[in-house]
Design a protein around this ligand. Sequence first.
Ligand code: ZN
Length: 323
Amino acid sequence: MKLEDELAEERELLLEGNRSLKERAQAGNKKRRQEVRSKLILLNSAIALIVIMSVLIFKVATVNRDNEKKVRSASTTESDKSIQKKSKGEKKDSKGKATSTPLPEKEVPAAGKDRWLRKDLDKNKPMVALTFDDGPYTPVTKKILAALKKHDQRATFFWVCNRIPRYESAVKQAYDQGCQIASHTFEHVILTKLKKKKSILNQIDKADREVNKVIGCDTTALRPPGGAINEKVKKTVNVPMICWNVDSEDWKSRNTNKILQRCKSVSDGDIILMHDLYPTTAKAVEKLVPQLKKKGFQMVTIDELFYYKNIKLKPGTVYFSGK
Ligand SMILES: [Zn+2]
């Protein structure tokens, strides 16, 4: 009996143990399920949160972009308007310019003939042509040009054209100021001493080539060096030959007052001979130009003088004045 009881008790204990193990296992399972569930819930809510956040960020971004677009389109319209306004203004300006003021200097046709013949001078006012031989020589030529520019007057330069490359800036400046560029041959040759016609023409052609390189056109007048002209020269030369009727003798005196004295009795149509080689000549010109202007003279180019005096310049013909 005792043994049976003991066995029963043991069985009972085992059963109990089994039950408790079962219960424990069940409890463990339940706990694990609960943990998994809560983890799932957490994961789900995290996903939901991420989705919500993404949607929100996207919406904010879209709104911002829209706003930016609006701002940009608004500003573009403004700038467009201002551009339109500006272009309208410019149109007005360019219209105004076209009607009221002449084109800028550089847009004037390059042809010298047109350039050194102003058509708006007063033909009833006295005219005088200042002419300068033997240059260019920048230190003197530019002083003469400055004096002419200061008083809005013009002159003619009969240049020894093999000197042009060396003093190119003075040549350009003279041309820009509307002064006439004329020829004094290529190398100051006394044309009457040349035996061949070809040699005479060569002096003129070579001179024009140098002028052309700088200003893009030929000369329209020649002053033969020393004023030396004979029949052969007349028959050969294909441009008018321009001499002078007032000799300043600036090369001889090299004295400003004496030069001015020589030009004291200048009258309408005169052609004055000077040389842009001597500083004393430049100083004389600085005084002579305002003096003549005060007396009512217009200082003109050779082409202008003969144009306004109704004298048609012919090739191979010699002229001493516009009288
Ligand atoms: Zn000379």
